[in-house]
Design a protein around this ligand. Structure first.
Ligand code: ADP
Ligand code: ZN
Length: 761
């Protein structure tokens, strides 16, 4: 075989081929490529990337293209198992050794290492440091050491693992072998510890942005959380998610309420036995449980990529924890949602807790809590605040948080503030926030009556406004420094000097109008309609097929005893539902379908697509039985160039993402992550028309769009009819007029392109 051999020194091109062949992805994410270049050059590498950023590919792909075994140090047994399963499902030979693996199995694995069969060996730090294992390492050919979750080395971090500090042994005993350290923690102390303790020699450090643009950030007032959650679940049927609570009791009761709605939910907290916990985790991984209600103990070290949402029932203690927890949603890059319920009561109980918890750290912890509170109460782009906290600046507002989606309107709140301040003074500065609101709204409850508060002049002066509105305005007054809370006096509100000036009419108070939750959380873009009709969401063909594919995935996963996302991620299934691939080339063109997965699952999924009508454009081209020929690996290269749409387009190779001009590509990526055109324009500081042009350009070049965001099926039908009336290729202008300006040019252009693609042109 003259041409089959890989070049001696692996190149980025061979890495790219491996990415397509084994993972089914067309291109590296920007930083992955640089990292892999660096690793292939034999240098030490440090990778700091947020959860879901795609760290695994960074060492797995080089491991495949290089000679020898890549030894991966990983702290958690569950994580190792998951990663090895995922690798095997992609056709890459990998194994793990830890305390759960029996001796004879270990011997087999050792043999596989020595004969060069294995590409990756995962090992726990304890095992790695044992003399027996070091001996094995000395006898085998090692391509590199990858230290996963490398922040465990730092005693500053929350996941400190003492064994990790022994890992310098690797550099001492194997000075020639490059080391790559990976973590999702970015702070400087941790970074320094990693480099020093691993004895890395002038490593290149890759710090990727910690932004996760596909996460839609939402904060809602803490009233009626249970109602809010049940409503949310109705709008997110079938989607996996995690709800974080503070207490065990809360976990259990909330899980019961969710179960009562017929949703498969489980709870998870530290009071359960290890077996019970493992069973719940397993149920979640396997999609047997849709929802987990958990204390923060849940989620660490699970790799489930199709978690679609995370809800915080309570305010987290700090932004680090919050960010880590919401980071568990949307790891596959598809749109995901993070909802935080916020009430001032949570701040109070957390303050109490932190004050008691660790006296040495009280001040630090309270400051962190304050930053968290500021985030929750913010009236400006939330992502900016988050990234700021991690030392990053976002030039533009993000367009994908509740504030950006529904910017609050301001009004002159002086009179409102005066009413509240007057009530504070007249009740002799003894009332808490909730009692103040009760007084303003003229409530006749025990606390009001027993304090004689129904007798003061401002009693009932604010009865025209609902509780939540007042709640928001009093918080704004707090943030603006008109009042403060005397924590030591039962959280009584006190007026400040500024507050007095307002009361005396010497100062005006601009306020942000309160927006009720339903409005604030209105679903973005094309999902609006779906959200409005939450009770009976319209079932599109795509949604139907997606459901069917999910069911199939679940069935196969159960048969094989692996989590469903190991078979295909949600985004891969989504793409299948849109593209409806019915032959080999088309199926291999789907992102996430590599060779091995095609061989194993391709036929089953093609059958499912066919059962749903298949892709009409591709039907004509099918083999007689409608199924793929026996796979011939040499054919594979054609699938690489023929991205997406099968059949006729095969004549003219389609562009891969990297071939489309860079800036349009960025727009396209954000679009695929679920951002609306407006959000992308805002975020990138571009005109809406520019973003639209980017999208049509990408669409024309063969990249996929979420058409449903712009055009509903009935829109498409209407445009198609108009087109038929005007002849097959009407001028846009005529179409625009004919439809009485109902659709803008962007939509019309898209629709025409869509029809063209359907016809296979
Ligand atoms: P991390 O380890 O940083 O949390 P993962 O390695 O689990 O992230 O990757 C997150 C998701 O992104 C996975 O589903 C992975 O398959 C996917 N992914 C990684 N690299 C790419 C790529 N180049 N193109 C498309 N998807 C990718
Ligand atoms: Zn924003």
């Amino acid at each position: 075989m003259l041409f089959a051999a890989e070049p001696l020194a692996p190149t980025i091109e061979s890495a790219r081929r491996v990415l397509k062949k084994y993972y089914g992805y067309d291109s590296f994410r920007p930083m992955q490529e640089d990292i892999i270049q660096n690793i292939l050059s034999g240098q030490d590498t440090v990778v700091l990337m947020p959860t879901g950023g795609g760290k695994s590919v960074c060492f797995q792909v080089p491991a495949v293209v290089q000679e020898g075994v890549c030894v991966v140090v990983s702290p958690l047994i569950a994580l190792m198992k998951d990663q090895v399963e995922a690798l095997k499902a992609n056709g890459i030979s990998a194994a793990y050794i830890n305390s759960s693996v029996g001796q004879s199995e270990q011997n087999n694995i050792a043999a596989d290492c020595l004969n060069g069969y294995l590409k990756l060996l995962y090992v726990s730090p304890e095992k790695l440091l044992s003399e027996g294992f070091l001996n094995l390492l000395r006898r085998m050919r090692i391509s590199m050491f990858a230290i996963d979750e490398a922040h465990c080395i730092s005693s500053w971090g929350h996941d400190f693992r003492p064994e990790y500090t022994q890992l310098r042994v690797l550099r001492e005993q194997f000075p020639q072998i490059p080391i790559i350290a990976l973590t999702a923690t970015a702070d400087r102390l941790t970074q320094r510890d990693i480099q020093q303790q691993l004895r890395l020699t002038e490593p290149r450090v890759f710090l990727s942005s910690f932004d996760r643009p596909n996460l839609n950030l939402i904060v809602r007032p803490g009233q009626d959380r249970v109602g809010g959650i049940l409503e949310f679940l109705e709008r997110h049927q079938g989607e996996s998610g995690i709800i974080y609570c503070l207490s065990r009791k809360q976990c259990e009761t909330l899980a019961q309420k969710i179960q009562a709605k017929g949703i498969k939910a489980g709870f998870y907290h530290a009071g359960m036995t290890p077996n019970q916990r493992a069973a719940v985790q397993e149920g979640f991984l396997k999609d047997d449980l849709q929802v987990i209600v958990a204390t923060i103990a849940f989620g660490m070290g699970i790799d489930k990529s199709n978690v679609r949402w995370v809800i915080h029932y309570n305010l987290p203690k700090n932004i680090e924890g919050y960010y880590q927890e919401i980071g568990r949603a949307g790891r596959d890059g598809s749109p995901a949602t993070a909802v935080l319920f916020y009430s001032f009561g949570d701040v109070m109980s957390l303050r109490d807790m932190l004050t008691k918890e660790n006296p040495n750290l009280t001040q630090l912890n309270l400051t962190k809590l304050e930053r968290m509170q500021q985030f929750a109460e913010a009236a400006s782009c939330r992502r900016k605040i988050l990234l700021n906290y991690f030392g990053e600046t976002l030039a533009q507002d993000c367009g994908n948080c509740d504030i950006c989606r529904n910017p609050p309107t301001t009004f002159d709140g002086t009179e409102l503030a005066q009413k509240a301040l007057s009530a504070v003074v007249r009740s002799r500065e003894r009332v808490s926030i909730s009692l103040l609101i009760d007084v303003l709204r003229g409530m006749r409850n025990q606390a009001v009556l027993s304090g004689g508060l129904d007798q003061i002049k401002t009693y009932g002066a604010g009865r025209d406004l609902p509780y939540l509105d007042w709640y928001s305005y009093v918080h704004q007054m707090l943030n603006d420094g008109l009042v403060y809370i005397a924590y030591e006096e039962g959280y009584a509100l006190k007026i400040t000097d500024i507050g007095r000036e307002v009361l005396q009419g010497q100062r005006t108070v601009p306020m942000k109008k309160f927006q009720p939750a339903e409005k604030a959380e209105k679903a973005p873009r094309g999902r609006k309609a779906a959200a409005a009709a939450a009770k009976a969401p319209p079932v599109t063909r795509e949604a139907q097929l997606f459901e069917a594919l999910r069911t199939l995935r679940k069935r196969i996963a159960d048969e094989q005893g692996v989590p469903p996302y190991v078979i295909f991620t949600d985004s891969t299934l989504q793409e299948m539902a849109v593209e409806r691939p019915v032959n080999r080339v088309a199926m291999l063109g789907i992102s996430g379908v590599g060779m091995k997965k095609f061989e194993t699952y391709g036929e089953a999924f093609i059958r499912e697509v066919l059962a749903h009508g298949g892709n009409p454009a591709a039907q004509a081209e099918l083999d007689e039985d409608g199924l793929p020929d026996h796979l011939d690996p040499d054919d594979f290269s054609s699938a690489r160039t023929v991205r997406k749409k099968p059949v006729k387009e095969a004549k003219e190779p389609k562009a891969t993402t990297s071939e489309v001009n860079g800036t349009a590509e960025t727009t396209h990526q954000l679009h695929r992550m679920g951002l609306s055109v407006e959000a992308i324009a805002q975020r990138r500081d571009l005109a809406i028309s520019t973003v639209q042009t980017h999208l049509t350009t990408c669409y024309a070049k063969g990249l996929e769009l979420r058409i449903e965001e712009f055009l509903k099926p009935e829109d498409l039908a209407e445009i198609q009819t108009a087109q038929a009336q005007l002849g097959s290729s009407p001028m846009l202008r005529d179409l625009f007029d004919h439809l009485r300006e109902k659709y803008d040019y962007f939509k019309l252009r898209l629709a025409l392109m869509y029809f063209k693609k359907l016809r296979g042109e």
